[in-house]
Write a protein that binds this ligand. Sequence first.
Ligand code: ACO
Length: 707
Amino acid sequence: MTGNDIRYLFEPRCVAVIGASSDPKKIGYIIIDNIISSGYEGPVHPVNPKGGQILDRKVHTSISDIDGPVDLATITVPAQFVMDAVKDCARKGVKYISIITSGFSEIGNHEEEQALVHVARENGMHILGPNIFGIYSAKAKMNATFGPKGIMPGHVSIVTQSGALGIAMIGKTKSERIGLSSIVSMGNKCDVDEAEVLDYLIEDDDTKVILMYIEGIKDGEAFVHKLKEATKIKPIVVLKSGRSKRGAMAAASHTGSLAGADEVFSDVMRQCGVLRAESIQDALNWCKYLANSVPPKGNNCIIVTNGGGIGVLAADACEKYGVDLSDDIETMKATFADVVPCFGSVKNPVDITGGASLQDYESSLDVAIDNDNIDSIICLGCETATIASGSLDETIRRVYSRGKVEKPMVFSFFGGSEIEGNCEKLRSDGIPIYTDVYEAVSCLGALYNTWKHSSRKGNGTEDPGVDLVCVNKVIDEVLADGRNFLLAHEAKLVMDAAGIAMPKSFIAADLKQTIEAAEAIGYPVVMKIVSKDIVHKSDAGGVALDLQSRHEVMDAYEAIMHSCRRYAPKAKIEGVEVVEMVRMDVETIVGARIDPSFGPVVMFGLGGIYVEVMKDVSFRSYPIDRSEAMKMVSDIRSYPLLLGVRGEGKKDICKVLDCILKVGHLIKNVPTITDIEINPLVVYEEGDGARALDARILVSPKKEVSS
Ligand code: ACO
C-alpha cells in the first residue's frame, strides 16, 4: 500500500475507536461490539480517558498509547472534542479517520469541519464523514458501523450519502438475501468523496455491483470521469433524491432554465453508463440480478409465455427498458416447432398456450437454452389449472440452474397466493422471479444497458476547429467594456471563429447604411436593434422579419427605433443589424453552460420559440466524442424530424454534431464563457448544412456557475 491508499479504509490492519464506551446503549460501544462480532481479525483498540476494559479489550487512555500503527480510527466523541481527537490521530500517524459525530457542515458549522480537513491534510490523513454511521467491509470482516449486526457478505457495495437510509439498507438487503461486499456512509463528504471510494471498489474483486445513494455532488467533473472508468468494469446503480428546480429558476438562459438539476443528472448518468433507479426496490432488484447473472452474448431475447396478454405486456416492457426481442423467424421456427402446439405461436413472444403444462414449459425453455442464436430468456406464466397442478417450484429451479450458466434468464408468474408464495420462496433462494412482469424485464434491461455500455467503443475526441485566440480577443473587449453578455455582432465573431455558420449580416449606424446593407445582402432581410441596454430584442419591438424591399426596410427602421425608445428610453442605441433572411427548416437549439454540479455541460434539443414549453432536450457532460453527440441528438423525442418526415429528406445531422462539439469546446476551453445558446440552429437537408440564427453568449471575468 502507498501512503494515501484508500485500502487502509477498507482493509485496515489495525483499528481504534476514540470515544469507546462500556455503555451498551452508546454508539462508542456498539461500534466496538460490531467490529469484534463481525470477525475482524486485526487488533481493535478502544480509546477512552477513563481506561478500563470494554468487551475484554484493554481501553487505552490515549490513541498514542497503542503499540504499532493504526490504519483506521473511528471517532465517536461529541463534536466539541472531535478536533482534539483528530489531532491525537495526527500525532499517532493514523491513515484514515471515520468521524461518526454529527454537528458540522450539515448544521452550518462549516468552519470547524474545514479545520478538521486542514489538520488531516497537513498530516497526510483522510477523513470519511463526518456525520456518518461508519463503514462495513466484507474483505476485512469489519462492521465498523453502528448499524445492525450480521451483515450478509456478498457482491454488492453500497455507497450512501443518507445515514438513515443506509442503515435501513443493511437490514433490507439482508431480508432480500442480497450479500454486501461493503457499505460506506459518506455523510458530509468533507474529504473522502464518492470518486475516491470508487477507486477502491473498481479494483475490488468481491464487488460485482455498486449501488450509490446520492443527494448532491461536489466535484462533478472528477466524479463523471471516475464513473465512466468504473462502468467499463462493473455496473453502477444510482438512486438520487432532490428533483429540485431551484437551479433552473435562477438561470439566465434557456440552456440554464432547461437544465433543471435533475434532468442534467439523469442524462449525465446515462452518458456514464450508470443505471438510475426510480425506486429503492428497483435499485435492489437490479443489484441482485446484476450480481448474479451471466452477461448476455448478444441482443436476441425471447419471451416464452402461456398467455398472449402478458406476452404483450412483456414486449412493451422490453421496449421501455431497452431489451431487444429477436425477430429471427427462422431460428424461432427451427427452435420451437417441435415443442409448441400448432395452435400456439413460434413467433416472439413464443406462446405455448393456456393449456401448457410445466413439462411444456421445461421443453420450450430447454430448447431455448440450447440454441446459441438466443441470447436471453424471459419466461412468463399466468396461473392456470395445468400450472397449479404441478410443481412450479421444482420446474423453475431445474430450468434456472441449467440455464443460468448459459444465458441471462428472468421469470414472472402471475396469479393467486399459491403462485405468489412460490415466487417468494424462489426469489429468496436467488432465482430472479417476480409477480410483476415489468419488474422482471427491468432487471434484464439493467443487465443489457450495462452490457451495451461496457462493450461500446467511443470514436475518440477530435479537434473541432475553433480559433480560440480570436474568441478570447472578442471576449476580452466585452469584459473591458464592463459587460457580461456579447452583442449580436460580437457573438457572430465568436461563431465565425468557431466555424458555426450564421446568416450574412452588417451593422448599420443609420438609415442610409441600413439600406446599403440590405441591398448588399439581397432581399428579404431581417433587422434587429443593436443596443447594449436591450437584451430581449423581441420584447422591445426591436426585430423585424422578412423585409422584402427598400420601402419595407425604411418603414421597419422607423418602427424599430420608435418601439425601442419607448421600451427603454435611456438605452444607448448603436444602430441596427441587417441580416440575411434565411429559409426555415427544422429548428433546433444547441447550448453549453457551466453546470453547478458537473462543470461544462452541452445541450441539444428542439429549438425555436416553444423550446421551454416542449422541453425536448438532452444534456451531456463535456468532453464528448462524436458518437456520444449522436446519441445525444437521437435521445430527444423529436429526433424523427431530423430523419425527415412526410417525404422530406434526412437533415444534415453531421453539421448539428459539429455545432455541439464546437460549443462544448468553447465552454470547456474559454475560461470566461459561462453560457452559450444557439437558438434556433436551423438544420437543412443533408449537404445543405445548418445555420445559427441567433447566438447568446454570457461571460464572466472569473468563470462561475450561472445558477
Ligand atoms: N477521547 C476518548 N473518549 C472520549 C473523549 C476523548 N477525548 N471525550 C469523551 N470521551 C468518551 C466519553 O467519556 C464517553 O464515554 P463513557 O460512556 O465512558 O463516558 C464516550 O466518549 C462518548 O461520549 P458521550 O459524551 O457519552 O457522547 P455520546 O455517546 O452520547 O454521543 C456521538 C457521541 C454519538 C458522537 C454524538 O455526539 C453524535 O454525534 N451523535 C449523532 C451520530 C449520528 O447520528 N451520525 C450520523 C449517522 S447517520 C444517520 O443519520 C443515522
